[in-house]
Design a protein around this ligand. Structure first.
Ligand code: NAD
Length: 270
């Protein structure tokens, strides 16, 4: 029986932020396709099914990792090398932002005029700086494997602005530093793709549209407005984006680098 071209049986993957909504669904699919995966996360929130699938699975390791720490990021790659012998692919889902002061995370108050220099810097580090750190620290490990695939995560709000009229006081407001940092992730993807191709390293980005976590769905009225902004008239479910990451890890994407794969129900296309 021939192996599927989408098989990931020869891929060893580190997934930063792989314990979250989109990351968790992607790790599930990676494992299903035969990859061996290290999930590196600080506050993982696995579903019951994911916990059962990931824990005590010889193809999966769960490590505590803070992407704001170079030592932690390096250790996560080291854990993959130790457990599985090397690293062929790296995914980043992890993002943090908000107030620079501990315990002040409410995004509601981050209007342009109320965002302080400290909050902006802290959040750009969390959205863009941590993505850069993961990418940079991946390079020696991927070189050791003779090349590989890096898949970063941007957002539709790195491509277009949130429309303030749909947010009102819903509490779901997307702050200025989020999209600004995510736009940087798109350019980081292109820059890194151009400069790392010589090592056989492909760098691509997945850009999610609206994927509210099913366990924390926003108020119905807001969800209706959000859905109406897509061509498909609804929000996405995590399993509908997991395949984009798996494709970019797989050898079927061997000629794809510097690309932005938008999965947004058409939000940014009209
Ligand atoms: N869900 C959406 O609608 C949507 C839309 C556009 C873009 N995105 C992007 O997709 C990615 C995943 O989003 P999600 O909805 O799964 O979010 P999520 O919050 O469920 O997952 C993010 C994960 O990152 C982890 N994390 C946070 N800070 C960390 C740190 N310092 N170190 C290590 N891990 C840390 C969290 O513990 C969490 O498991 C994010 O980059 C997000 O910006 C999501």
């Amino acid at each position: 029986m021939s192996t599927s071209p989408f098989s990931l049986e020869d891929k060893r993957v580190v997934a930063f932020g792989g314990g979250g909504y989109l990351g968790g669904a992607t790790v599930e699919m990676l494992l299903q396709l035969g990859a061996r995966v290290v999930v590196a996360d600080l506050f993982p929130d696995y579903t019951r099914e994911q916990a059962a699938l990931f824990r005590d699975n010889p193809a999966c390791r769960l490590v505590t990792c803070d992407v704001s720490s170079t030592a932690d990021v390096r250790a996560a790659f080291g854990a993959c090398r130790e457990a599985f012998g090397g690293v062929e692919a790296v995914l980043n889902f992890a993002t943090y932002m908000g107030s620079a002061k501990a315990g002040e995370g409410n995004l509601k108050r981050f209007s342009v005029e109320e965002t302080t220099d400290e909050d902006f810097d802290h959040s750009i580090r969390g959205v863009l700086g941590s993505t850069f750190r993961v990418l940079r620290e991946a390079v020696p490990f991927l070189k050791e494997s003779g090349g590989g695939s890096v898949v970063l995560t941007s957002s539709m709000y790195g491509m277009v602005s949130p429309d303030p009229s749909i947010y009102g006081d819903s509490g779901q407001n997307s702050p200025v530093f989020y999209g600004t940092g995510k736009a940087g992730v798109l350019q980081l993807t292109r820059y890194a793709a151009a400069h790392l191709a010589q090592y056989g390293i492909r760098v691509n980005c997945v850009t999610p549209g609206p994927f509210p976590a099913q366990r924390k769905l926003p108020p119905e009225e807001f969800l209706r407005k959000l859905s109406a902004k897509t061509m498909l008239g609804r929000v996405g479910r995590a399993h509908e984006i997991a395949g984009a990451y798996c494709y970019l890890v797989s050898d079927t994407a061997s000629f794809t680098t510097g690309a932005n794969l938008v999965v947004d129900g058409g939000w940014t296309a009209w």
